[in-house]
Design a protein around this ligand. Structure first.
Ligand code: BGC
Length: 417
């Protein structure tokens, strides 16, 4: 009986995984990868799928952080016309899964052994109710500094190990007449930087309590006030034209030596790579001062929608390609992120990538791997948006003190929950 059941299951799996002549040989993907580095990384995927005979229907929605893309996705899904897959972050995947909109990749996941290779921190968001609903493509990390090496040499700077060191370094750049801090004044960029400031100011346990557990005492603590004080200090090193600037233009300021440093997720490295810059020679990657040993992560997931049967083979091909070891290496080398599997060799990665892989492993094993609040891995989208809004109002002077910022943060999170 058992044997018969197993054979039947195997046959079913084969049927589902086999392509049919009338299958749609097209992958339609919604994403916000429109910068130079991002487009180069996406090309790796397009080419992989092309070799398997799939065409690519691109649905790009510009806007770092993905807010505009998520609005477009909502409209497509509401119209009953979901893409084959969409780039998505953490809790957004779970929201769509809960609403019953996602497909089921479990057969493919089992056949390919994803559960053994993908870290639990990602499975928490890619698996809903026991079913794989998304394919994680990478792990990004936000607590990084990206520094122009020539500018650093010129001002005689060294790696800042504490927040005070960082301020001293920014002062040196200012004294030399270089813009110290390249920032794009958009809410998601400001909040992404603030994630690091909070980890640096309060330490790992505080970050987790405040930004993953949403513990009210932590959110309204003096440590959170101090974090806003530190953010206010950083703001004084930004050039006057920062409002609304795209993140990759801020990265370009560092690449071109117009600014010393950017605090940004490691997608910034994708821009350096696209500009043929080499770590250690042209640029430096350090952990945000005071956060070494911890990793604030996000992961781009390809959320897989419940598409009509004739589009399922393409979806499975996309999922398989995404989690293949060779793709995980080739894509992430270009993207600036690290593999979403723990069994991919770091051979082809540059020094920053190798550090990223080692840091992720250590943080995962040591309990210091935390979801980025700004990047959708701390709390559901409504709460994350409330957070981004408060941080941005503080940076742009609509909230005028750290006391007020903390009050508004607690209230906004409470309302959004
Ligand atoms: C994504 C990255 C992307 C960045 C800027 C982040 O939310 O995780 O893949 O490069 O936004 O667009």
């Amino acid at each position: 009986m058992m044997r018969k059941l197993m054979m039947a299951a195997a046959m079913l799996a084969t049927t589902a995984l086999t392509a049919h002549a009338d299958d749609v040989k097209e992958v339609q993907m919604l994403h916000w990868w429109t910068s130079g580095g991002e487009a180069a990384a996406l090309n790796v995927l397009k080419q992989d799928l092309a070799t398997e005979g799939y065409t690519w229907k691109d649905v790009p929605v510009a806007g770092g952080g993905g807010d505009a893309a998520m609005t477009a996705l909502k409209a497509m899904v509401a119209a009953g016309n979901p893409p084959t897959a969409s780039q998505m972050l953490g809790y957004t995947v779970l929201d769509y899964a809960e609403a019953g909109k996602m497909g089921d990749l479990t057969e493919t996941a089992v056949a390919e052994g994803w559960d053994k290779a993908v870290p639990a921190a990602l499975q928490k968001f890619a698996v809903y109710d026991g079913k794989w609903v998304a394919a994680p493509v990478n792990v990004h990390s936000v607590n990084w500094l990206w520094i122009n090496k020539a500018v650093m040499d010129k001002i005689g700077g060294t790696e800042p190990k504490t927040f005070d060191d960082f301020i001293a370094l920014l002062d040196k750049a200012k004294a030399a007449g270089v813009t110290p801090l390249a920032l794009g004044g958009q809410n998601w960029q400001e909040a992404t930087m603030f994630d690091s400031v909070v980890l640096s100011t309060g330490g790992p346990e505080f970050y987790k309590k405040a930004f993953n557990d949403l513990d009210e005492d932590a959110l309204k603590s003096d440590t959170m006030k101090k974090s806003f004080d530190n953010l206010a200090k950083l703001k004084t090193y930004v050039d006057p034209n920062f409002s609304g600037r795209d993140w990759n233009l801020a990265t370009a300021m560092v690449i071109n030596g117009d600014a010393l440093v950017q605090v940004m997720g490691d997608w910034a490295k994708g821009e350096f790579v696209a500009a043929k810059k080499v770590p250690g020679t042209d640029f430096l990657c350090y952990r945000f001062p005071g956060t070494d040993g911890s990793v604030i992560y996000n992961s781009d997931m390809f959320g897989m929608f419940d598409v009509p049967d004739d589009r399922k083979a393409a979806q499975i091909a996309l999922a398989k390609a995404t989690l293949s070891k060779s793709f995980q290496s080739a894509f992430n080398v270009v993207k600036g992120s690290v593999p979403a599997r723990t069994d991919v060799p770091d051979t082809d990665f540059d020094a920053c990538g190798k550090k990223g892989i080692a840091d992720l492993k250590a943080a995962n094993e040591g309990g210091t791997l935390f979801g980025s609040f700004a990047q959708g891995y701390g709390a559901p989208p409504a709460v994350a948006n409330a957070y981004k809004d408060v941080v941005s109002k503080f940076v742009h002077g609509q909230i005028t003190s750290s006391d007020q910022a903390v009050d508004e943060l607690v209230k906004a999170i409470d309302d959004a929950k």
